[in-house]
Ligand binder design. Structure first.
Ligand SMILES: [Zn+2]
Length: 405
């Protein structure tokens, strides 16, 4: 079955007719439909199919117990009203690359697997990469049991309702130990490839990222009767901080975003007593990120002092840099670069992936396919058919190269 027919078959599953976006949340009927599609593709190719203890789906050519398996794939679930490409492009390309390898007559000298990781987006239970986190032990069984959706349904009950046994949840070192390399192809979630004019790139690393809460505390008062000189207004201090975040990020080549804000008392005619803003910042490396967030906090304290308000900064979460396996990354760049005088772009990404989680246990690499607008997690997410074809060819080249070396 061609890339085009697989893609067309998958397109209507879990699509909301009003928004045009996808609602393929973990362990819902839409997810079950996607899983049935994956299983059918596996069986149609004579692969053995299994769902592991954490709800990840695997299709195998050869016996994975032999070890040093070569695995590719991604995920089929989506964010609320997500696009068609984030996840599915990597799974469909995996099946298409296998077909291509077979038509090239590549000898499968090592086990070959295609994977659909469960609940990558975390749309239903609020935590991303649940399937891969459970497998690597990055998410404990106890914490997984506590995950609850907006309707109050826990992860185990949701799995059960979808016909999957939740009692088996837990780390899976034996299964991961059989994998010699994992390559995930993914639509790019930015415009780096569009700017360089390349259809395909290789990932270097997932940027370190964190979230910080900025609490500016002042004094609530009457918006009409309080002289400007007498105010302790946290809003202008916060506003100057937002502008400084943009300036510091720009200076360092990083990103910094205040995307969520809460104001108390939140009255149109009241000077706020509290402005609480959440900063999300990411950079290519830790020193750059530290520079941006350090400079921003220093600036924010000056603005707070100038406006007579207090500032508390709390780091709520932090994920260090994930470096993909250097040997594998260089092998990919070498395989894709050979035969042309073009070098393959190697780029970092600010978004998380199963490949990032898995890299703690398995040599892992990623390929990105150009996204002309850079828009992702939206129905506007897009890659041209030519670029998807180039992605399949690149993936097949990489897999063949890894099989033959
Ligand atoms: Zn994804």
């Amino acid at each position: 079955m061609s890339f085009h027919s697989m893609w067309t078959e998958l397109l209507p599953l879990g699509r909301d007719s009003a928004s045009g976006g996808y609602r393929r949340y973990a362990w819902t009927p839409a997810d079950t439909d996607c899983r049935a599609w994956f299983r059918a593709q596996a069986l149609a190719r004579g692969l053995t199919h299994e769902t592991d203890r954490n709800g990840n789906q695997w299709a195998w050519l050869g016996d994975p117990a032999a070890g040093n398996a070569l695995v590719t794939g991604s995920h089929l679930d989506s964010v609320p009203d997500g696009g068609a490409f984030d996840g599915p492009l990597g799974v469909v390309s995996a099946f298409a690359a296998l077909d291509e390898l077979r038509s090239r007559g590549v000898p499968f000298t090592r086990p070959f697997g295609i994977v659909n990781f469960g609940d990558e987006e975390g749309a239903r239970f609020g935590l991303a990469c649940v399937g891969s986190r459970l497998a690597t032990g990055a998410l404990t069984v106890e914490a997984a049991h506590r995950l609850t959706d907006a309707q109050g349904i826990t992860l185990p009950r949701a799995m059960e309702a979808a016909g999957h046994d939740p009692d088996a949840l837990g780390p899976d070192p034996e299964r991961l130990g059989r994998i010699g390399a994992f390559v995930e192809l993914h639509v790019e979630q930015g415009r780096a490839l569009d700017l360089t004019g390349d259809a395909v790139g290789v990932a270097s690393a997932i940027w370190p990222h964190g979230r910080w809460r900025y609490d500016f505390r002042g004094e609530a008062n009457h918006a009409g009767t309080t002289r400007l000189a007498d105010r302790r207004d946290p809003m202008p201090a916060y506003a100057e901080t937002v502008l400084a975040a943009r300036r510091e990020a720009q200076r360092a080549g990083a990103v910094a975003t205040f995307g969520k804000v809460a104001v108390e008392p939140n009255g149109v005619n009241a000077i706020p007593s509290l402005v609480r803003g959440w900063l999300d910042s990411r950079a290519a490396d830790q020193p750059t990120l530290d520079t941006v967030t350090g400079a921003l906090e220093k600036a924010a304290r000056e603005y707070a002092d100038a406006h007579g308000v207090e500032l508390d900064v709390v780091r709520e979460s932090f994920t260090p840099v994930v470096e993909f396996d250097h040997g594998l990354r260089d092998a990919l760049a070498r395989i894709l670069g050979s035969g042309t005088d073009l070098t393959v772009p190697v780029l970092g990404t600010g978004a998380g992936h199963d490949a990032g989680i898995l890299s703690a246990a398995v040599p892992t690499a990623m390929l990105f396919v150009r996204n002309p607008t850079g828009v992702s997690h939206s129905p506007a997410e897009y890659a041209t058919e030519d670029d998807c074809t180039a992605g399949v060819t690149a993936l097949a080249d990489v897999l063949e190269g890894l099989i033959r070396t």
